[in-house]
Design a binder for this molecule. Structure first.
Ligand code: ZN
Length: 134
């Protein structure tokens, strides 16, 4: 999903207990290099997400977590990978259709034309992608 797997993600996570529940809270931030789905040029996506996870061992338990906790389902190993938490947060932060702000707003005639281009035959878009990758 990213053009370049290099770079750094920063995070600060605190593992604690709230009553009988294990809770992980903190934040994750990174600058991700994505591909603008309008002009296909690189796009730097700056993200910072707050993390509020409640550790659960079943989906039923996850359904009754109080706000703002999101469920983190323990697998059979009972281990939690910090890198997995960070990777999940990064994945959630990536927009479905990344676009430059200037590509997304059809204010001028030039940009309107670009938008028309983006609605062309999907196979033509694929062919162009292939050309770029070659
Ligand atoms: Zn763009």
């Amino acid at each position: 999903m990213v053009l370049n797997g290099e770079g750094e993600a920063k995070f600060d996570l605190e593992f604690k207990k709230e009553g009988r529940r294990a809770v992980i809270s903190g934040w994750v931030e990174a600058n991700l290099l994505l591909e603008c789905q309008c002009c296909l040029e690189p796009l730097v996506w700056s993200m910072r997400d707050e993390v509020h996870l409640g550790v659960v061992s079943s989906i039923d338990e996850g359904n009754i977590l109080p706000e703002p906790l999101e469920p983190l389902l323990l697998d059979e190993t009972g281990l939690i990978g910090v890198a997995d938490i960070v990777a999940d947060e990064l994945l959630l932060a990536i927009p479905a259709i990344p676009q430059h702000s200037h590509c997304a707003s059809p204010n001028t005639e030039t940009e309107a034309e670009t938008n028309t281009d983006s609605r062309e035959n999907p196979f033509a878009v694929l062919a162009r992608l292939k050309t770029i990758r070659n």
